[in-house]
Design a protein around this ligand. Structure first.
Ligand code: SF4
Length: 347
């Protein structure tokens, strides 16, 4: 089986070139072809000598996944279903706004956390993704955006959110390696990268020590201990108090504001009292709350709250001094909530 180039830095690729009797600078050329030009075949790396290309291709492959499905919604969101080498599949989403091209990547095939409202959680856990499989999603989304003529902002992905299938901090090494590749090899600014965790406390402490300028988003979904245990059954080892303490440490160590994600579920966590509990929990923290009205999927009992309920929840948080945004609900027409496209293909 051939080794995979995707996931190697320009320096790693320089070593590959040296090992094959070539000059080290070839590594930078190969990195450019993979991460900037987005080629899928070594044969396309036109400025490498033909003999070196042949030698390289006898031992290595670029390692891009194939696209099983692409679906688009009217609001300039599209979703890819990618097939990995071993037959596993993952979802990635491209979202186009007037000022940015955002890509949401998966870090695991399936997810072990099993949140009760999540399509991915309902499908169970298969495996961690390698760093190259994560970066490959960004390249695939970028290419799809360009092909469909959807992408603006020079046609390049400008923002990456680790918010697709899986819990990124349970696949820590590959996630961090992917962050560095996206930043240094693809040229996407660290401040344009967001890692979203369901509240895996050891991972938050560890990430703080990296002192990166990326954004940490923590999905709370409840400010009441019993309700959170019910909604997020795979993370009950860590209480809300533990999570807030880890976030406090993160803010102190990195100087970065934390985002709290809160998925609003009709008559489950959307009352005035829920908003007040949330505001009390976050009091004094350098943070903001991102409200996500639930995107229902077939076979799941949870529903999206009425607009008036969402507005009231938001207003109550603001009255209590919390910065709030509401995520624009994109992609409902293509079943863009994580795990839904994969479930549809029954893979
Ligand atoms: S919401 Fe996130 S952490 Fe929870 S099951 Fe889905 S993918 Fe996993």
């Amino acid at each position: 089986m051939k080794n995979i180039l995707l996931s190697m830095t320009a320096a790693d690729l320089g070593q590959v070139a040296l090992d094959m009797g070539e000059k080290e600078f070839r590594g930078r050329q190969i990195a450019h072809w993979i991460y900037r030009a987005g080629v899928k075949e070594i044969e396309q790396m036109a400025n490498l000598p033909a003999l070196f290309r042949k030698k390289l291709a006898s031992r290595y492959t670029v390692g891009r996944a194939s696209i099983l499905n692409l679906s688009q919604s009217k609001d300039r969101t599209f979703k890819l279903l990618l097939q990995l080498d071993d037959g596993e599949s993952v979802e990635s989403v491209g979202m186009l706004y007037s000022d940015r091209f955002s890509c949401c990547v998966s870090t695991q095939a399936g997810c072990p956390v099993g949140c009760v409202f999540c399509a991915t959680g309902a499908e169970g856990y298969q495996r961690n993704l390698a760093a190259g499989e994560i970066v490959g999603q960004v390249l695939a989304v970028q290419e799809a955006g360009q092909k469909e003529g959807l992408a603006e902002v020079n046609g390049r992905v400008s923002h990456v959110v680790f918010m697709g299938m899986g819990e990124p901090l349970l696949n820590y090494e590959a996630t961090l390696k992917a962050v560095h590749l996206i930043n240094s090899e693809m040229g996407i600014g660290m401040r344009n990268i967001t890692i979203s965790t369901i509240g895996y406390v050891p991972g938050i402490f560890r990430l703080a020590e990296e002192r990166l300028q990326l954004t940490l988003a923590v999905s709370l979904h409840a400010a009441d201990e019993a309700l959170r245990r019910k909604l997020v059954p795979g993370m009950t080892r860590y209480s809300l108090k533990d999570i807030i303490q880890a976030c406090r440490d993160y803010i102190k160590t990195t100087g970065r504001r934390v985002t709290f994600e809160y998925c609003l579920l009709n008559r489950v966590n959307d009352s005035r009292e829920d908003a007040e509990r949330l505001a009390a929990l976050l009091k004094g923290l350098n943070c903001h709350v991102n409200l996500i009205p639930y995107n229902p999927f077939p076979g799941n009992a949870y529903k999206k709250p009425e607009k008036a309920t969402i507005d009231e929840f938001r207003r109550r948080l603001e009255e209590m001094g919390i910065n709030v945004t509401q995520r624009a609900q994109k992609g409902a027409g293509i079943r863009a909530a994580c795990g839904q496209l994969r479930g549809q293909h029954n893979l």
